[in-house]
Design a protein around this ligand. Sequence first.
Ligand code: GDP
Length: 451
Amino acid sequence: MQNNDTIAAIATPPGRGGIGIVRISGSNLQQFAQAILGKLPDPRHAGLFNFLDQDNQIIDQGIALYFPSPNSYTGEDILELHGHGGPAVINLLLARCLQLGARLAEPGEFTLRAFLNEKLDLAQAEGIADLIDASTANAARCAMRSLHGEFSSAIHQLVNALIDLRILVEATLDFPEEEIDFLQSAHATEQLIAIREKLEQILAASRQGNLLQEGIKVVLAGQPNVGKSSLLNRLAGDEIAIVTDIPGTTRDTVRQSIEIEGIPLHLIDTAGLRETSDIVEQHGIARTYAAIEQADLVLLLVDSRHGVTEEDHSVLARLPERLPVLTVHNKIDLSGKLPHLEEDTSGTAVYLSAKEGAGITLLKTALLKTAGWQANIAGEGAYMARQRHLQALMRTRELLARAATWLHTADQLELLAEELRLAQQALSSITGEFTNDDLLGEIFSSFCIGK
Ligand code: GDP
């Protein structure tokens, strides 16, 4: 997929704006600059230019920036034309670039080139897309840390520690008669323990980042009139989250997205789940069930005067058993109960009044806790991990657990060596050292054009 033809795209969002930017990246931009600007701008110096068409008529006047290879975003030569942000003028500028031989860039192609030219690794490239897509301030900060390379450097440290251990094990394979003593004196067991501990820390921090990015998916259940709308309004307060597409769900299955302490909360409604012969409705119900499969927990709302009813039990029975259930006993102002929280083996129950607001903080805390949010890790150290990263980390965890068993028995050194090799490969897929073209295509196609 390596291409080094010249690509161009509008880098600013569609519509009207103060400025609009057309970006060109390629191996030799001299002729583009000459034709559009009359000369190549000084490297990395903003200059005011007339942008010219093929008849030397002025399309627009604006700032041009030139970043010669390799010190540019893509690692190639880059020319940026900052014109006035009207769709017509910006499209004329883009058309001029295409006329001069540039090709319209694919989504994410600038960043793909940056990755292929080793300006950033795969996790950093994903950090850029996540930063652009971040729907909360917390998520944006977390994506910035990935982009900055904190996640990648934690992964690299772990890979290096694994390599050290692999060298030791591979060397031992060459001297079979001394193997056990040799591994013991080199503290192989301790090394593996340290690696596994570090992996657990990274996994915990990644889970937090994943929650920040994807949000907590909550299935909302409860009979009519128990106060679901009132509770959502109360929880949302002024903080309505920006609804972005949520992996595994379609937008119509999400009733509302709100934000609690900077974490997006997506509510999947069960109201429409019923037996029906209507085909359209059946499709909708199937989509809702698919969304429910991806959920993190069930929020069951009941009237505290009646508690959990038969109908509630039958709704719960249709939801996946693995989902933790958080039961909210609403309207305590009518039942005379006090706001409080009860925890037992069947789950957590919160008593509150959506109308008066009593107990709402208890619910917020319980919601975040049930979804696995750990404020202590999340504040500073969360990594903006994608599902792909979590899967790679979990696979590494499995492989290292097996490696630990082999190391313990110390009679299957080839198997130990193989598990360690696979673990290194799984970890390296995060930063892109072992990644196939299909995966790259999938990752970069989700970017916006011009990035
Ligand atoms: P939904 O059908 O589950 O969405 O329920 P609504 O939110 O529409 O509430 C139904 C009725 O219950 C409305 O009249 C609300 O004002 C009332 N309600 C909701 N929560 C409370 C509460 O905590 N206390 C009292 N007294 N009334 C409530």
